[in-house]
Design a protein around this ligand. Sequence first.
Ligand SMILES: Nc1ncnc2c1ncn2[C@@H]1O[C@H](COP(=O)(O)OP(=O)(O)OP(=O)(O)O)[C@@H](O)[C@H]1O
Length: 253
Amino acid sequence: MSLFQVEGLVKRFGALLATDHVNLGVDAGEIHALIGPNGAGKSTLVNLISGLFAADAGRVLLDGQDLTRLPMHDRVRAGLSRCFQITSIFREATVRDNLLLAAQAHAGSSFGMLRDRRHERPLADTAQALAERVGLAAEQHRVAGTLPHGAQRKLDVALALAANPKLLLLDEPMAGMGPEDSERMTELIHTLKRDMAILLIEHDMKAVFALADRISVLVYGKVLVSGSVEAIRGNPQVQAVYLGTEDTTGAPA
Ligand SMILES: Nc1ncnc2c1ncn2[C@@H]1O[C@H](COP(=O)(O)OP(=O)(O)OP(=O)(O)O)[C@@H](O)[C@H]1O
């Protein structure tokens, strides 16, 4: 049994079966990438996993715990963190204040405790460690909204890491990035897999092929095929689905 497991997950929008009995597992220390053409149901699946949508059937399990009926914040507490396609940072606050707030939220402390000197040090240490972890230690006093796009995405990852997740759900972390930022984000994600399982939803095939231990291809809400990078690259069904719409060679665009 995998650390993270989706079993027979179903979501209907009226007559449309957007998630069609999906089974998916992510092992500890594994990056499992989910790819698929536009409208395949990737976002719907992410929303079911994170708890934004309620599933019509099936289960979401993390480390033996059934999360299916838990609200989003309880899923985060159970060890499931999500990075958003639309970044969740406070744009007017500094990088450091963003990190302090995230550290505080997950330490379960109140604003009163933040002001209590006895509690300042651990939160500050956590914020510092998070900044270092994503390579933003030198940018901590900058206002988050003024950072370049790539750095904002790194901050978004740091905010998700503040929850100390067992499973990190990365929803298109390379979106809107140029090749250089994509490469840096790829390196960062690679360093994270030591400490957590990662479910990566990504259109950038170069990043997917560089990072994934396993790839699942979603088509019309169903997992068409699941396998290693080599198996997926060479799969004629996958090539047929992507031909002319995506670059599956991994070559830079
Ligand atoms: N809230 C909703 N109400 C009705 N239909 C929806 C809703 N959300 C998604 N859909 C439909 O469900 C299907 C899957 O959409 P989804 O956004 O999950 O796909 P996707 O793989 O994430 O696409 P993309 O790569 O373009 O983001 C599509 O046919 C979409 O039109």
